[in-house]
Ligand binder design. Structure first.
Ligand SMILES: [Zn+2]
Length: 99
């Protein structure tokens, strides 16, 4: 894993409702619901399909999600079109694909 990532395994993967979410400021909270988009994705480790909620209000960003089945850490890259916040693409990668 690259230095600089502050990723921990404290998530115990007991929540089937997966949300790509890194904290929302109060100012953007009102728009938050409308900016959420559900994307069908599949785990790059075990192939399990699941619905990933991505938050376009954050702009393009990367985050980590645990697979709901195998609990592996999945790197999620979200591409957001500015300025409307619509989610253009969601890319999932394995931890060992990252430099
Ligand atoms: Zn998996």
């Amino acid at each position: 894993m690259a230095p600089g990532w502050s990723f921990t395994l404290e998530s115990v993967c007991n929540d089937t409702h997966i949300v790509a979410h890194q904290g929302v400021t109060q100012a953007s909270r009102a728009m938050h619901e409308a900016m959420l988009a559900s994307r069908p994705v599949s785990c790059p480790y075990c192939g399990t399909p699941f619905e990933l909620l991505v938050d376009g209000s954050q702009g393009s960003h990367s985050t980590w999600e645990d697979c709901p089945r195998c609990c592996a850490p999945i790197q999620v890259s979200v591409d957001v079109a500015e300025p409307d916040g619509s989610v253009q693409a969601v890319t999932l990668a394995r931890d060992d694909d990252v430099l």
